[in-house]
Design a protein around this ligand. Structure first.
Ligand code: GTR
Length: 418
């Protein structure tokens, strides 16, 4: 399918060739491991209450992920430049009010920019909670809406116009009508606007804007593409905070797959996101790396060297040497709402590893007197578990489905009513 553009073809290909290759898919062969203690400082001292964990352990974990995994990102620019356009009342057959907001990353309107597509329930009388998500393809793919201009796409490293047939091609993965019917809005950005997703694409994205004079590559502890995408999600949040139609206290950040890893990293750093949803985020996301099941750090570093920072390369096939694991990344969302989800056939992402990441992060919620997942036993298909940390596994392949969105909407309703 042409709409599954180059990087996604590579992803699909990895998934299927991995079936034959030397990939661990046998639960009996998962090595025994001990996870780093989410409560203990590197000095060994254990934090026993929310206040000391937040002020002492949390910054340590954040700094580890910043230097060793995703790389440091620049601060929020002093001046942000937004342009609100394409405002339409009664889009999507009268169900939505729609606008497109351009966020300019530089100080002028000439440089890189991203277009934020926002659907809000038509005629909403007060500010509405919003799901924010980066998407894999142009904003015109999110819904069948003739009013959204066709964004260009990248094919084999070259940008070209998108065909009309791609309009609405990702609609299944966004379920905008369900979101609107629940009384929420949806805001999306094409991640290619921030940095296209292929080796060597950095020059087309935002990272060079922040280089020091003479710098041509990020340093080993500076941001990779995932951190760049995450940073831009925070810039989208900067805009949402200025929009009176949006209830910026209630913004859920959603991401699928590599964009699930991105959502986790954005949500870890930016506590304005009140809920973080990682759909099938796999290795480098919610899955416990030490299980070595499915995708491994060496696969990430070999196939997608641009995603993570330079320091992360030293952990290729050395998961047991990492002073962190995914439960620590997930703990950075506490005490906010966290949803981790898996698909049964998506073994490459290690569903059990994703569950165990969420379950092993949950004791941190307990410190805040909030319930997370209170069992180490993986639930059966289609039976979500947990309260402020929730998890489900559904039947089917690596994807985002209506079932997934139904669960996220229920979770948001519960979180936001509390
Ligand atoms: C895979 C990659 C995963 C996941 C996925 C995706 O091939 O190995 O880590 O992020 O791509 O984003 O579709």
């Amino acid at each position: 399918m042409l709409k599954r553009i180059a990087p996604l073809l590579l992803a699909a290909c990895l998934r299927s060739t991995a079936q034959q290759a030397d990939v661990l898919y046998d639960e009996a062969k998962v090595p025994k491991f001990t996870l780093p203690d989410v409560f203990a400082l590197r000095s060994g001292e254990r934090m026993r209450d929310a206040k000391s964990w937040s002020s002492r352990r949390r910054p340590e974990i954040l700094a580890l992920y910043e230097t060793e995994v995703f790389g440091k990102s620049p601060a929020k620019p002093a001046k942000l430049n937004f342009e609100v356009k394409a405002v339409e009342k009664g889009a999507l057959g009268g169900k939505a009010d729609r606008k497109i907001v351009t966020v300019y990353f530089g100080s002028t309107r000439g440089g890189p920019k991203m277009d934020l597509l926002i659907y809000l329930p038509a005629g909403a009388q007060k500010a509405v909670p919003v799901f924010l998500g980066l998407s894999f393809s142009g904003i015109h793919t999110v819904a069948n809406d003739a009013g959204v201009p066709l964004a260009p796409r990248w094919v084999r490293g070259v940008q070209e116009p998108s065909p009309e047939s791609s309009r609405g091609s990702a609609a299944q993965q966004w379920q905008v009508e369900k979101i609107l019917a629940a009384g929420y809005g949806l805001a999306t950005v094409d991640y290619n606007d921030i940095e296209p997703d292929f080796v060597g694409a950095m020059k087309h994205g935002i990272r060079p804007l922040f280089f020091k004079p003479g710098q041509t590559e990020p340093a080993a502890d500076e941001w990779g593409a995932i951190a760049a995408w995450a940073w831009a999600a925070s810039r989208a949040m900067d805009y949402l905070e200025t929009d009176k139609e949006v209830d910026a206290q209630h913004v859920a950040l959603f991401g699928h797959s590599r964009l699930g890893k991105t959502a986790l990293w954005a949500g870890a750093q930016d506590t304005r996101f009140s809920i973080v949803i990682a759909n099938e985020s796999g290795e480098g996301g919610a899955a416990i790396s030490r299980r070595n099941f499915g995708e491994r750090t060496k696969d990430l570093n070999a196939h997608f060297p641009h995603w993570f920072d330079g320091n992360f390369k030293k952990y290729s096939a050395r998961e047991d040497e990492m002073p962190f694991d995914s439960h620590m990344l997930l703990s950075l969302i506490a005490p906010r709402g966290l949803y981790v989800a898996s698909a049964e056939d998506d073994r490459w992402s290690d569903p059990r590893g994703e569950f165990l990441g969420a379950a092993n992060a949950s004791p941190v919620w307990k410190l805040f007197s909030r319930k997370g997942i209170e069992t180490m036993e993986m639930p059966p298909l289609h039976q979500p578990v947990g309260e402020h940390v929730r998890y489900h596994i559904r039947a089917g392949k690596h994807d985002v489905t209506a079932y997934d969105w139904e669960q996220y909407l229920k979770f948001a309703a519960a979180e936001w009513r509390r």
